[in-house]
Design a protein around this ligand. Structure first.
Ligand code: HMG
Ligand code: MG
Length: 299
């Protein structure tokens, strides 16, 4: 019923740190990424080649990629919204890129300043260039279980956008519950609808924990056959264009649950939790991971 292995995509250095109010020093980002790799994370979204006017927190992504010590077997990825971002990603020798669309028109306008259809048109050259460079491309779809501006989002809309991204050449679609409003029932409805048109082996889930539903939603996704889950160390994150969105599902909590279900991830929970405590100390903020809190009370 459950898969033997889950691919955990660690998005903390990008989705987490992009949301910090103050600029995080370069060396702090590098230390975090290196400690995540040392803990066994094999997929680390390490930066974002977007406009620094829109997301100043990611302005030094080129330097992050230049200075990290790369662990063999680890995939270091970055977001690229357009050709300019793609060129920067190539100069930084990223292993994988991601384009990001939305299932909500309003969110698309706020996040990337264009309609959903225009965003797909803009991504096409990125996908074409990626194919020429043999670079895998992940496609994000935001607001799959609700939008801060439009409320409910229909599962058919999510399916249409996801299918377009796959047809354009993305190898995997990450379904983002950007504001964390999803519940197990809504997650099941969405995955049932999507699976009518898309093989769920191409689908990842990306939950935010605003209402404490993220792990329950992951469990439902695993029951439906999904084997790729995004999470952020210490539950970092939110979304600069989605007011009220709290952090991503904490990687420590995800790995604890998967360990308890005898599902392999390749991640050492002890080292992971220590990496999380270190970044929270550097940010001078409390962790959002329940596992990290329990771990801390034992040391
Ligand atoms: P724009 O302003 O509409 O368009 O931005 P533009 O192409 O006219 O560019 C304006 C300026 O930005 C120009 O500079 C460009 O050169 C520059 P100027 O001439 O004014 O000096 N520019 C760039 N600079 C560096 N790198 C680039 C780049 N592109 C343009 N790649 C654009 C359109 C898409 C670029 C902008 O809206 C943008 O960067 N948005 C990024 C938004 C973002 O990163 N949001 C967070 C990620 S999405 C997310 O977090 C959700 C997700 O995690 C899933 C979930 O949680 O559910 C994925
Ligand atoms: Mg997120």
């Amino acid at each position: 019923m459950y898969p033997p292995y889950v691919k955990v995509v660690e998005v903390g250095p990008r989705d987490g740190l992009q949301n910090e109010q103050s600029i995080v020093p370069l060396h702090t980002k590098i230390t975090l990424i290196e400690q995540l790799a040392a803990a066994g994370c094999q997929y680390i979204e390490s930066g974002s080649f977007v406009s620094p006017k829109w997301v100043p927190q990611m302005a030094d992504s080129g330097l992050v990629f230049k200075h990290i010590t790369r662990h063999p077997g680890v995939h270091y990825s970055a977001l690229t919204p357009n050709a300019e971002g793609f060129r920067a990603a190539i100069s930084s020798s990223v292993d994988e890129i991601a384009v990001f669309a939305s299932a909500s028109e309003s969110f698309s306008q706020k996040n990337i300043n264009c309609s959903i259809q225009q965003s797909l048109v803009r991504f096409q050259p990125v996908l074409d260039m990626a194919r020429a460079h043999h670079l895998p491309v992940r496609g994000y779809v935001s607001c799959v279980l609700g939008c801060p501006y439009e409320g409910n989002i229909s599962p058919s809309k999510v399916t249409t956008v996801s299918k377009s991204l796959l047809d354009m050449g993305c190898y995997e679609i990450s379904l983002g519950d950007t504001i964390g409003v999803g519940t197990p029932n809504k997650t099941a409805q969405l995955l049932n609808k999507i699976s009518e048109e898309i093989d769920l082996k191409h689908v990842a889930v990306h939950f935010h924990d605003t209402y404490g539903q993220a792990l329950a939603n992951v469990l439902i996704a695993l029951q439906h056959g999904v084997t790729v889950v995004d999470s952020a160390i210490s539950g970092l994150g939110g979304c600069p264009y989605a007011q009220g969105a709290s952090g991503n599902l904490a990687t420590e909590d995800l790995v604890y649950m998967l360990n308890g279900m005898a599902i392999k991830t390749g991640i050492d929970l002890h080292k992971l939790t220590q990496a999380g405590l270190n970044i929270m100390q550097a940010l001078n903020k409390p962790t959002q991971s329940k596992v990290a809190l329990a771990f801390k009370s034992h040391i």
